[in-house]
Ligand binder design. Sequence first.
Ligand SMILES: Cc1cc2nc3c(=O)[nH]c(=O)nc-3n(C[C@H](O)[C@H](O)[C@H](O)COP(=O)(O)O)c2cc1C
Length: 126
Amino acid sequence: MVLKKATDADADDMMSCDVVAIGTPNYFGYMSGLVKDFFDRAWIVIREKVAGKPYCTFGSKGGGGAQALETVERICDGLKMRKVADGLVATRQPSADVIIQCKELGKKLAKPEKLGQVTGVKEPRL
Ligand SMILES: Cc1cc2nc3c(=O)[nH]c(=O)nc-3n(C[C@H](O)[C@H](O)[C@H](O)COP(=O)(O)O)c2cc1C
């Protein structure tokens, strides 16, 4: 597994990975500018090359909702990637329970062949 900050990730990372989990905080109801910058840089290179690649999203929020993950999912949908599980949103610092849910999400992503395509974002009750 490779963990990269959005600022260090590029199109090659997206094309070479088997599966990808994309994380972002909710900033103004959108993904963070740094994650958006990653997609801005990578899009032209990856747009025909990642169709079907399994992915999921995770993130954090303050008092708002899961909009930031939905904005990531819209881009991944445009890239025809395969969402394998509902995204997870923690309110600020993830609780122990959310960390357990994140680990379960990671396990699902590691075995994408067992999963279909799903839609929507799961917001844990905290
Ligand atoms: C510039 C900025 C904008 C934010 N906008 C939102 C928002 O629209 N909705 C929301 O729920 N939380 C919002 N938050 C709170 C963050 O989502 C929350 O603090 C965050 O998930 C923790 O990430 P951080 O460590 O990068 O602050 C915002 C925080 C910042 C700094």
